[in-house]
Design a protein around this ligand. Structure first.
Ligand SMILES: NC(=O)c1ccc[n+]([C@@H]2O[C@H](COP(=O)([O-])OP(=O)(O)OC[C@H]3O[C@@H](n4cnc5c(N)ncnc54)[C@H](O)[C@@H]3O)[C@@H](O)[C@H]2O)c1
Length: 350
């Protein structure tokens, strides 16, 4: 199959979908791989490395889309890219359609096969291609929040780990999945006081068993979240209903009730956000405040560490790219779950 790897054009997106090593494997299998000029440069991979791996470098996105059937990229196509996409393309990337009506409409109008990383699902319900970037985003969310507590960022002026005779910062994590776990591990590593809230009691048991008394676990009820938000220094939104718009469980009132200078990182913003006060931001302008609570709602957090993220993502998606190139996406059940649009039909519930 002809496979194209474009350069990402989303604001401050430094990742690329596949490394030269992954490209070599695809080329050795008999696929023809096209890579857009400088696609890997911000992740530490030069064009020459792709060329030596068997790829053909093309100088424009237009050429790449014209020559390729399977487009493998990281983030959802941006408006500038819409005109490049047609019915014959199979698009494999993070799509997050629940948060993007215009992209959904475009894919349906074109009749494109859109397979999203985040809805590929194993029989046990897990999401193998969401997990890698959720791990990265979860870890970073605690690090970023710790930094946002500093006075120069408009934060409370608290040191996350506390000091002898001084309490550590309180981190409240809503959603104990992959993002929640990584955020929790990082926050505990920073010596913060951590509370995890989840709607699924099995998740609460998992956290209790893994961290014992080090982490407080609570069920997801509005009054509990309201109460816990009040004295949280850091609030991390990490909920997900796979494929759907994030539930807006962090209400305006809860934010109003938080301390001035506290920090809300809404990691779930790529699915529309878990807060009523959340709106997407970029790495170039990542924060805004509501009632003097700092909001950080960047939709592509893992791009901050593009060198690490690209390697991790490429390793995880490669087996699926191989299957799609072999035409197995119609029969392989986890991949079939990833198909969001096909022949003008929407195949997931938004
Ligand atoms: N902004 C970014 O750069 C970025 C990067 C990676 C992931 N994400 C997003 O982060 C979010 C979380 O991803 P994940 O991989 O951790 O998902 P996950 O499925 O592993 O975990 C989600 C958790 O939310 C819980 N949940 C659902 N509804 C809830 C509710 N009402 N109250 C409390 N808990 C609830 C679920 O039980 C589950 O434990 C997703 O929206 C994902 O797309 C964003």
């Amino acid at each position: 199959m002809n496979i194209g790897i474009p350069k990402e054009i989303k604001a401050s997106e430094y990742r690329v979908a596949l490394t030269p090593r992954a490209v070599k494997k695809l080329a050795d299998m008999g696929n023809k791989v096209y890579v857009e000029k400088n696609a890997g440069i911000n992740s530490g991979f030069k064009d020459i490395e792709y060329k030596e791996s068997g790829a053909t470098i093309v100088s424009s996105a237009k050429q790449l889309y014209n020559k390729s059937k399977l487009i493998v990229k990281v983030k959802e196509p941006q408006k500038h890219e819409y005109d490049l996409i047609n019915k014959d393309h199979i698009l494999f990337c993070y799509l997050h359609l629940a948060a993007d009506k215009s992209l959904t409409k475009m894919l349906l109008n074109r009749g494109t096969t859109g397979i999203s990383f985040e809805t590929v699902q194993l029989p046990d319900g897990s999401l193998p291609l969401l997990v890698p970037m959720s791990r990265v985003a979860g870890t970073l969310s605690s690090h970023i929040a710790s930094n946002m507590l500093h006075k120069d960022k408009g934060g409370l002026g608290k040191l996350i780990c506390g000091l002898p005779g001084v309490k550590p910062a309180k981190v409240l994590i809503i959603g104990g999945g992959t993002v929640g776990l990584s955020a929790c591990e990082a926050a505990i590593g920073l010596n913060a006081e951590v509370t995890v809230v989840d709607i699924n009691t099995e998740k609460l048991s998992f956290f209790y068993n893994k961290f014992g008394g080090k982490v407080k676990t609570l069920p997801s009820y509005p009054d509990i979240i309201y109460r816990e938000c009040k004295d949280a220094d850091i609030l991390i939104g990490a909920v997900l209903i796979p494929g759907s718009k994030a539930p807006k469980i962090i209400k305006k009132d809860y934010i109003k009730n938080m301390q001035k200078g506290s920090v809300f990182i809404d990691v779930a913003i790529d699915q529309g956000g878990s807060g009523e006060t959340s709106r997407p931001t970029t790495h170039d302008d990542p924060i805004y405040t509501v009632n003097e609570v700092i909001h950080y709602c960047v939709t592509n957090i893992p791009s901050l560490v593009a060198v690490s993220s690209t390697k991790y993502l490429s390793n995880e998606i490669l087996p699926y790219v191989e299957m799609i190139a072999d035409g197995k996406h119609e029969t392989h059940l986890p991949l079939k779950k990833g198909i969001n649009t096909k022949n003008g039909k929407l195949l997931i519930e938004l």
